[in-house]
Design a protein around this ligand. Sequence first.
Ligand code: ACM
Length: 492
Amino acid sequence: MKEVINEYNVVPLPVTMNEQPGRFYLNSDVPVVVNASQEVKNIASSLSTTVLDVAGIKLKPGGELHENVPTIVFDSIPGMEKEAYKLSVTPQQIKITASTPNGFYYGLQTLYQLLPVAIYSKERARNAEWSVPCVEIEDTPAFRYRGAMLDVCRHFASIDYIKKFIDVLAVHKMNTFHWHLTDDQGWRIEIKKYPKLTEIGSQRSETMVDYFYTHYPFKYDGKPHGGYYTQEEIKEVVAYAQSKYITVIPEIELPGHALAAIASYPELSCTPDSTYEVCKLWGVFDQVFCPTDTFFQFMEGVMDEVVELFPSSYIHIGGDEVHYGNQSWFTDPEIQNFIKEKKLVDEKGLEHYYLRRAADIVASKGKTMIGWDEIIDAGISPRKAVVMWWRHDRQHQLVKALENGYRVILTPRRPMYADFTQFGAHKVGRQWAGYNTIENLYNFPEPISHLMKGYENQVMGMQMSLWTERVADFKRLDFMVFPRLIALAEAA
Ligand code: ACM
C-alpha cells in the first residue's frame, strides 16, 4: 500500500494540484524574498507577521536567493490571469508566482491551508509542526464574481460578525460581499443628509414570531430590534474587506422594500399624510417609494453619500418584488397623470420608468447598477445594468437577460438561498421553500449550464444569499451559511 505522508486540505480545490514527496520546514534561517511590487511586499510581510505571532518563528525579511538556503519567494511575472497564481513547494523553496497582488494573496491563502490549522489561531500555538507538504499547484477561478450576500435588515449583524464573515470569504478565495443594507424592517446605513433614516428607520418596535400563518392571529415578540452602521464603521469594513481583496457592494433597495425609509420620511410615499412604522412583519408590502421629484432628489442625495463610501464599481439598487396592489398608484390622479404624460402605458410601465431613472442616477455617479432579475423587463441599456438572477423557477428570465446582452450574476433561490433548510427533516430555515443541500451547491451551475451556452462571457459568477427573517442570531447564521458557502466557493 502507498504510504500517505502528506495531507493536502486545500478548499476550494486548485485547478491542478500535484502532490510531491517531502516537506519544507519553516525556521528562523528562512529568508522571504520578494521580486514584486510594494503591495506584494506587504502581503509577504503579513505572512512573516502571522508566522511570528502564531509559530514564534522570525522569518528573515528581504535579501537575495542563496543556493542551499531554504527560501520563500514571491515572484511576479507578467501575463497571468488577474486572480491566478502558482504555488511550488519543494524541500528547498516555497515559491508563489502571480501577476497581480490578488494572485499572490490567493497563493498565500493556499499556503496557509497547507500549514497546520493552528496558523489561523489568534495566539501562539504550541505543539504544531511548522512545515508544508511539497506540491505543485496552478490555480485560477472559474468565475470572476464569487459572492455572498448578507441581509442585515431583518436581523442586524455587528461589525465584528461582518468582519468574521469577510474572513471566511477571504480564506476561501471569494471576492465579493453583497451587503443588503435597506429593507422594510430596517434601514442600516447612516446617511448624513437624511438623519431620520437611522433615527427612526433603524429601529422596529417588535417582530413577528415565525412566519405568516404559523400563528393566526400573528404573534409578536414584544422586543425592540435595531441597529445601524455609521459611515466611519462602513469605511472600516470596506477597508478591511479591501485588505483581503474583497469588494463590498452595498444594496439600497428601491422602489419596493422601502417601509423603513417611508416610516422615516412619509413624503417618500404616495400618501405622504399617512403615518408609517418600520415593518414588524415578514413579507412583501404595497407601500413603495412614490415616483415623485421628492423621491428622485432623495435617491440622488443617498447615492451621493453611498458612492463616496463604497469604491465598488457596482451599486445594487434592488428592484425586486414591487407590489402596488392595494395602494394609490392605480387611483392617485397625480400618478395617473404622470403615467399619461410619460406615455408609460400602465403601472408596470411606471415601475420600469423608475428603474431606468435609477440606472441613470447610478450611471451619473460613475457606477453600474445591479438589480434583481425583475429589472430585465425595464428596458435599461445592458451597458448600465447587471442582472442578479434569483427566481430559479423563471429560467426564461435568465435566458432573456443573456439574449438581451446583460451581464448576469447567478443567485437562484434554489440552490443559492442559505435561509432554505439544508435537509428535508430540518426545522431551522425556511422549510416551506424547499431545501438546498450542500450537493446542490457543489454541482452548480452544471444543471443550468445549457441555458448559458454561448453567453459564458456575460455570466460574471455566482453568489450565495442569506435572508435573515428566520436567522436571528450568529450561531444560527454560521450554521445556515457554512459549510454551504464553502461548497459554493468550490464550485466558483
Ligand atoms: C429576493 O429574494 N426577493 C431577491
